[in-house]
Ligand binder design. Structure first.
Ligand code: HEM
Length: 472
């Protein structure tokens, strides 16, 4: 009997010891992992001022030189780990994406709308993403060529005449119109004006100090956002009555059903429409503004080659009497296409993105604590001489060879990668076609320097004069 008790006692002891031992084993790597090196700056503001008050290239490059490819800092009061190599970016955005959720300040979520896809992860995000991706796929956007062509031609005509134009502001108008076309197809002029007026106020307040005090840009933006909800709900209501099967984004959102037959609520549709407009406008407009500058600064080699390519297409279209076609854009614009890719690399208008660790994560011997932000640094990767030789030189020919995997991510990577990338490239190429075949331009004001709005754009939005060239 005694022997049996003894055996049970030894057995229990073994279980207890092995539990303690194995737990210890499991915990050990976490204990060994240390925070990345780096500095956290001042209390509350951290190193925000240093990062936003200078060229981010300089800020990131100095950090990387001192601390290596993974380093810590503090931005906007949040502890962050910055990651500057392609494999680190891939880890956060692709391989271990489930450990890092998207994160935005609450004030931005209030303005765009909490149900917009880029604030979400998991099932809801996947469902919305499929719908947005579907409506922006090459098969869908090829039907937009004629519409975008007309918008580009009329935008450029309005700039001509030699008066000074703020190139970035005009490009924003253009990308907004294209966004409206992709989302609604044809939209009644009244709704379009109301959307434009109120969206403009939201845009103005987006980067202002978040406060509820009446009269401030943020409060005005919140009120405009409320009006946008009402306008969108009227548009949605009209569409529902028509029971149309349109394939534009609104049509896809309205007609979507989940496995249980559930449809999207009106506020989910509205937030995603505002979200897409927001994601589409400044990004595309900044890149196009940079392209106008790069072409202007390299008249002989760069502009000459792009002009030759585009003029050949215009001649084959009976000097513009026939519209540009999808197949011309996809197959007859290799030089312009490389200029777009090189502009995306050089300007790297999305310099980095933010995620938040949903658990303690151990990576390459470092601990990324739960709740910390992580920032894959796209700009550093795009400007690293190891992947792009002489990175400060504008050289579209480097894209004759595909970049190494994960070294070129202007549209991000993984589950949140940009679903609008094909539309962005399409509208940029159409704009280039009209710009170089019919216009000449001159930059006035500062020809160097970058302004952060918050995306990098040429100083003062690149003030310029445009003239229509005679085609004879
Ligand atoms: C040159 C122009 C553009 C650039 C450089 C760009 C870049 C990006 C990047 C880097 C991301 C990923 C952000 C992250 O991972 O945190 C993103 C996401 C997104 N972009 Fe774009 N974008 C552009 C144009 C557009 C356009 C034209 C649209 C729509 C018409 C669009 C819609 C979106 C949406 C909806 C997301 C969120 C996707 C998700 O969370 O699943 N973008 N974009």
């Amino acid at each position: 009997m005694c022997g049996v008790f003894f055996c049970v006692f030894i057995f229990l002891l073994a279980i207890i010891f092995s539990y303690i031992f194995l737990r210890g084993e499991k915990k050990e790597p976490q204990k060994r992992a240390k925070l990345p090196t780096g500095t956290m700056g001042w209390p509350y503001i951290g190193e925000t001022l240093q990062m936003y008050s200078q060229d981010p290239n300089v800020f990131f490059a100095a950090k990387q030189k001192r601390y290596g490819e993974i380093f810590k800092t503090n931005i906007l009061g949040c502890p962050c780990v910055m990651l500057a190599s392609p494999e680190d970016a891939r880890f956060v955005l692709v391989t271990a994406a489930h450990l890092f959720k998207p994160t935005y300040p609450k004030s931005k979520e209030r303005l765009i709308g909490q149900a917009a896809l880029f604030f979400h992860q998991g099932e809801y995000h996947l469902r919305l993403r499929k719908l947005v991706q579907g409506s922006l796929s090459p098969e869908a956007i090829r039907n937009l060529v004629e519409g975008i062509d007309a918008i580009a031609a009329s935008a450029l005509d309005s700039w001509a005449g030699g008066h000074i134009v703020n190139t970035f502001h005009e490009m924003k108008r253009f990308s907004f119109e294209v966004g409206i076309l992709a989302i609604f197809g044809h939209l009644d002029a009244y709704y379009r004006e109301e959307l434009k007026k109120n969206y403009c106020l939201v845009d103005k307040g987006y980067n202002s100090f978040p406060t509820n005090i009446a009269g401030t840009p943020f409060k005005k933006a919140l009120m405009a956002r409320k009006r946008l909800t009402k306008i969108l709900s009227d548009i949605i209501c009209e569409r529902k009555e028509k029971k149309s099967l349109d394939k534009d984004l609104l049509g896809c959102l309205l007609n979507s059903k989940d496995e249980k037959g559930g449809i999207l609520r009106d506020n989910e549709i509205a937030d995603n429409i505002i979200g897409v407009l927001f994601a589409a406008q400044d990004t595309t407009a900044s890149v196009m503004t940079w392209i106008v500058k790069y072409l202007h600064d390299n008249p002989k080699l760069l502009l000459g080659a792009v002009k030759a390519e585009q003029k050949a297409i215009r001649i084959s279209n009976d000097e513009g009497n026939r519209r540009l076609s999808w197949s011309q854009i996809r197959t007859l614009m290799p030089v312009s296409n490389k200029v777009v890719l090189e502009s995306l690399r050089m300007a790297s208008i999305i310099s980095f993105t933010f995620r938040e660790a949903v658990a303690d994560v151990e990576y390459k011997g470092y601990l990324i604590p739960k709740g910390w932000k992580v920032m894959p640094l796209f700009r550093n990767i795009h400007h690293n001489p190891e992947f792009f030789s002489d990175p400060q030189r504008f050289d579209p020919s480097r894209f004759e060879v595909a970049p190494k995997p994960n070294t070129f991510m202007p549209f991000g990577s993984g589950v949140h990668a940009c679903p609008g990338n094909e539309l962005a490239k399409l509208e940029i190429l159409i704009m280039i076609h009209h710009l170089v075949t019919k216009f000449r331009w001159e930059v006035v004001g500062p020809n160097s320097g970058i302004q952060y709005s918050p995306f990098p754009v040429p100083m003062e939005g690149l003030p310029a004069r445009f003239w229509k060239e005679s085609t004879t």
